[in-house]
Design a protein around this ligand. Structure first.
Ligand SMILES: [Ca+2]
Ligand SMILES: [Ca+2]
Length: 276
């Protein structure tokens, strides 16, 4: 393959990525054999076909963002699967799905700050401002800040434009799921948002574990309705850590842009042909 060919292909890729059409911004990673379009910070990295947000060591933190700001304002649906395994000691600290309008290098503190927040014990580790984080928290930091008295909770956390914080004082809504999130099994999450309602489903697409009257623009400043989406994670100590993995991820804005409809139609035709 000639160098000229490579650079012309790269030029086309840049030209496509440079388009601001929301139709191109929606994405689907059935697995992470390709990590094109993603940015990694801290210890987060592709590992085989999955994303390892953190290895089972510590204290470390990692984040992963889709490179293109997504049209979250009018609403969206995002599905992902995660797995938490290689538990050391009590295991810590969990995974967060984060909507933020800071930048692609955003990464918060280690330990209970879970990569999205400022760790109140280590205030030099600044959290991500202008953010809403849905945390899947596997360590009860009750000795340091109120944490629902649970080492297995889900909570929607924000501190408005200021750096996010991990304690329950910054929770908009929360739940204690019946499933053990750090049992080494693959868990499925669906987040459904329309202005005024955020729903979080965990391993059950019928009944949400969180059904909360949340409007993002009450807590964040978006850019023409857009913000970055992605994941953060962290561990506290090597002796209380775990591997946090994301195995798949998709994101669909609520209102398909012109062009998205035709892409969906093409996908539908292809599916029909496959069924025949
Ligand atoms: Ca915690
Ligand atoms: Ca928490």
């Amino acid at each position: 393959m000639s160098k000229t060919f490579v650079s012309s292909r790269l030029g086309i890729a840049i030209a496509v990525a440079g388009l601001s059409s929301p139709a191109l911004a929606q994405f689907n990673y059935p697995d992470f054999s390709s990590v094109a379009g993603l940015t990694f910070n801290g210890v987060a990295a592709q590992t085989g076909n999955t994303i390892s947000l953190t290895p089972p060591t510590g204290p470390v933190a990692g984040s992963m963002w889709h490179n293109v700001p997504q049209n979250v304002g009018p609403g969206f649906v995002s599905n992902f699967t995660f797995r938490i395994r290689d538990i050391q000691g009590l295991g810590a600290d969990g995974i967060a799905f984060v909507i933020q309008n800071e930048n692609l290098s955003a990464l918060g503190g280690t330990g209970g700050a879970m990569g999205y927040a400022t760790n109140p014990n280590f205030p030099a580790q600044i959290g991500i401002g202008n953010s809403v984080a849905i945390e899947f928290d596997t360590f009860n930091n009750g000795g340091s800040w109120p944490d629902f008295g649970s080492d297995n909770h889900v909570s929607i956390q924000t501190n408005g434009l200021s750096a996010n914080l991990p304690g329950q004082a910054n929770s908009l809504a929360s739940a204690i799921p019946s499933v053990n999130m750090s049992d080494g099994n693959i868990h499925s999450v669906r987040i459904v948002y329309t202005p005024g309602l955020m729903q979080v489903f965990l391993d059950n697409l019928v009944t949400p574990i969180i059904n909360a009257p949340i409007t993002l623009t009450n807590h964040m400043v978006l850019s023409s309705g857009n913000a970055y989406v992605g994941f953060t994670s962290a561990t506290g100590q090597e002796w209380h850590s775990e591997r946090h993995e994301i195995l798949s991820w998709d994101f669909t804005p609520a209102i398909p842009a012109p062009g998205a409809a035709s892409l969906l139609a093409i996908g539908g035709l292809a599916a029909m042909r496959r069924r025949r």
